[in-house]
Design a binder for this molecule. Structure first.
Ligand code: NAI
Ligand code: MG
Length: 350
């Protein structure tokens, strides 16, 4: 029997509604499958915690996370209580940085029964692999002078190490999927970092002769996500390009309430973190209508990551069947409550 230790951070708002419900599903999965149990260490770190303690997490918080196999997070942020830059940087971004979660992955998939804003969504199913530690989001640069002489300089930082590990992760993933990797570039306009990115992409692709590759400029690629999303399998992208593409991916899925994400640690020193794309949804707190599918789908990604792909497949199948049965929350055009959706998912796991 394998015992997996999971750090659970429900966080704020609907995070506290969907996280406990989805843990029941995880326990049911463990029960029907056998061979694994989950041991949760649940932390109250949130904006309310901040108001009581003056910090988003205690000083030994990070050490406690390090001792577990994965971090399962709901959502962080309650701008009425604490400014977002304090809550997000004090918890979410702190964990991403200090646990060296250098890659962010977000699948986007057409789900039968979820209305996509695309006229012909055509069964798309792709994953964006985003560099999560450097690139355009660097603190290198500054501003000098003022008035009409003012100058702002923002430097992008591309290291071989980070670029290569991101691209390689994409190729490894494509080997288990449809075997195609698309690189998001812009070497026609950004003349140093992007040709470098292209070179590394070419080098890495040489060790994966069976994988089909292509490079698209980011502007054209964004348009292709709308005009032919079914074409893509794995898309590798820098921090900024990945940020933009993943929002687009979540949007064409039909609701932010179903989109999942994972922040992956690659060196094995610290746990990875699994969280839905959505935030704390202050406008629907306490109504019992939060869509739990995004949170559940992140649980599937966590299971896959921890080597329990079979459980992950059962879970995604249960999610799709539940949507197929028309058991959906309001954001998906249904009238089921969070709990009703979860109960229905559970019946699929008997
Ligand atoms: P949001 O994602 O919380 O909400 C945007 C809209 O989508 C709202 O109308 C909300 O009701 C709806 N929505 C989101 N998730 C849903 C779900 N599961 N079921 C049904 N409807 C859902 O984004 P917003 O309002 O911009 O941010 C609210 C707070 O969350 C802020 O403090 C923000 O900083 C934080 N945030 C945190 C994130 C995280 O923890 N990773 C990500 C995005 C925002
Ligand atoms: Mg974004």
């Amino acid at each position: 029997m394998k015992k997996l230790k999971i750090s659970v951070i429900p966080g704020d708002g609907i995070g506290r509604e969907v996280v406990p419900e989805t843990l029941r599903v995880l326990d049911r999965l463990a029960e029907v499958h056998g061979g694994v149990t989950f041991q949760y260490e649940t932390h109250p770190w949130s904006c309310e915690y901040y108001l009581e303690n003056g910090v988003m997490m205690p000083s030994d918080g990070m050490a406690r996370l390090h001792q577990t196999d994965a971090i399962y997070l709901g959502a962080v942020g309650n701008p009425k209580l604490v400014p977002d830059h304090i809550s997000l940087w004090g918890l979410l971004i702190k964990i991403r940085r200090e646990c060296e979660q250098v890659i962010n992955i977000r699948p986007a998939q057409y789900i039968e029964g979820v209305k996509s804003p695309l006229a012909e969504p055509n069964q798309f199913d792709f994953i964006v692999v985003r560099e999560n530690s450097e690139g355009e989001y660097s603190e290198v640069g500054g501003r000098i002078h003022s008035g009409e002489d003012e100058i702002a300089i923002q430097n992008a930082v591309f290291t071989r190490k980070a670029t290569e590990r991101t691209i390689r992760y994409g190729f490894e993933l494509a080997q288990k999927r449809k075997g195609r990797v698309t690189s998001a570039t812009k070497s026609n306009g950004i003349v140093h970092s992007m040709p470098f990115w292209d070179d590394v992409f070419q080098e890495v692709s040489n060790s994966y002769p069976a994988i089909e590759t292509e490079s698209n400029h980011i502007d054209a690629l964004a348009a292709f996500f709308v005009s032919k999303p079914q074409h893509f399998d794995v898309v590798v992208a820098s921090n900024l390009f990945g940020d933009i593409l993943t929002d687009l991916g979540a949007t064409i899925m039909g609701s932010i309430g179903i989109a999942p994400a994972a922040n992956i640690n690659l060196n094995g020193k610290y746990p990875s973190m699994f969280e839905p794309v959505h935030g704390s949804a202050p406008d629907i707190i306490g109504q019992g209508i939060a869509n739990p599918f995004g949170q559940l789908w992140t649980a599937k990604m966590m299971l896959d990551h921890l080597g329990f792909e079979e459980l992950g497949s059962l879970l995604i199948k249960a999610i799709k069947e539940t949507i197929g049965d028309g058991i959906k929350t309001k954001d998906l055009g249904g009238d089921s409550s969070t709990k009703e959706v979860i109960e229905h998912v559970m019946t699929k796991l008997l």
